[in-house]
Design a protein. Sequence first.
Length: 154
Amino acid sequence: MPALVTDEGETIYDSTVICEYLDALAGGGTLIPREPQRRWRVLTRHALAQGMCDSVILIRYETWLRPEALRWPLWVDDHWDKIHTGLDWFEANSEALGEPVDLAQVALGCLLGYVDFRWPAHGWRDRRPALAAWFARLEQRPSFAQTRPEPPPA
C-alpha cells in the first residue's frame, strides 16, 4: 500500500488520499477541481482509472504469484477486458485527457506505465492513437519520467 510520511512525521496511506494531501499542499483545485461539475467528472473518471489499476494488479498476482496449475485464464481475460473497455472509453472521450493534469489522468498514466513495464509487448496503443499520443506527452513530464521504473532484466 502506498504511504507518504509528511514533514510533520504523520503517515498518510492510499494513493488517492496522498494525491488529495499533495493537491491541498499546492493550494488545492488542480488534481481535484473544486468547481462541482468538473470535480464529479474528474472523480468519476478517476474511479474508472482506479478500477483498471485494480484489475491490472490482480492480473499480475494471478500470473506471477499463483502456481501455474492453479491459474484461471478466463478470470485474467475478464480483467483484461475491463482494462480494454476503460481504455476504449478514454480513447473515445479524449477531452478527458486535456490540461491541466488531474487525479484521473495520474491514475490512468500509472496504469499505462505499469502495463508497459510488466507487459511491454501488450499493444494497448494499437487501436488508441489519441490515448497513445497523450501518454507519450505525459511520460515526458518530469514527475512521470523521474519515477519510471527500470525495465525488468531480459
